[in-house]
Design a protein around this ligand. Structure first.
Ligand code: C5P
Length: 225
């Protein structure tokens, strides 16, 4: 038996995107990385010079811009294509400037409301693996399977380093670690939909596990009767 909706949450760099995409592929499900949606709004704000603390303008922006996530349109290692008002921003949303501002943008309740509405719409059809911070707690509280994927901060910084390096984006490891710790703090201390494991989520610790091992662990949970 496989569930119709799968929620995978966890902190930055825990491997949610990699494992989520592979699990979705294995199960033949749609994969939706909700972090990409918040990143696209953060990028739109940067491009328009909207301050990450300006909740009112951010709320308006989130209602106005169109963020679309779909199958890869270019074969360059991407798992999906992200369009911001028709502009391909798949790689731009992974930049250091977006890393720095996205958690502030994602704190705004009205921004979240706009994103959550779209996310629920996409889940209605079922057979979806949705990855984020609040999927099991807020977006799909009735998801059939919930996983909370986590790892120590140093392990997560190491993975981020490897992932960025593979794309030629070289940043000091210490800077990556501080960025991860700062986002952990902002994401878990915010008032609206903070990062936490749902009471009925299964926590998977991935320190010391290879991608293949973590994937097998997750698939075993997802396909258990
Ligand atoms: O998953 P990723 O690191 O790309 O997410 C970027 C940021 O988007 C997170 O640090 C968090 O602030 C926000 N986010 C969120 N809720 C989600 C997914 C991401 O607040 N469901």
């Amino acid at each position: 038996m496989t569930p119709r909706t799968i929620a995978i949450d966890g902190p930055a760099g825990a491997g949610k995107s990699t494992i989520g995409a592979l699990a979705a592929e294995r199960l033949g499900y749609l994969y939706l990385d909700t972090g990409a949606m918040y990143r696209a709004i953060a990028l739109a704000a940067l491009r328009r010079g909207i301050d990450a603390d300006d909740a009112e303008r951010l709320a308006k922006l989130a209602r106005e811009v169109k963020v679309a996530i779909g199958p890869p349109t270019v074969r360059d290692g991407r798992a999906y294509t992200v369009l911001l008002d028709g502009d391909d921003v798949t790689w731009t949303i992974r930049g250091a400037d977006v890393d720095r501002s996205v958690s502030q943008v994602a704190r705004v309740g009205a921004v979240r409301d706009a994103m959550v509405e779209q996310q629920r719409g996409l889940a209605e059809r079922g057979r979806v693996v949705m990855v984020g911070r609040d999927i099991g707690t807020v977006v799909l509280p009735r998801a059939e399977r919930k996983i909370y994927l986590t790892a120590s901060a140093s392990e997560r910084a190491k993975r981020r380093d490897e992932e960025l390096r593979a794309r030629g984006d070289i940043r000091p490891r210490q800077e990556l670690l501080s960025e991860i710790l700062r986002r952990d703090r902002l994401d878990s201390e915010r008032a609206v939909a903070p990062l936490r494991a749902a009471d009925d989520a299964i926590v998977v610790q991935t320190d010391g596990l290879s991608v293949g091992q973590a994937l097998e662990k997750v698939l075993a949970i997802l396909t258990a009767v």
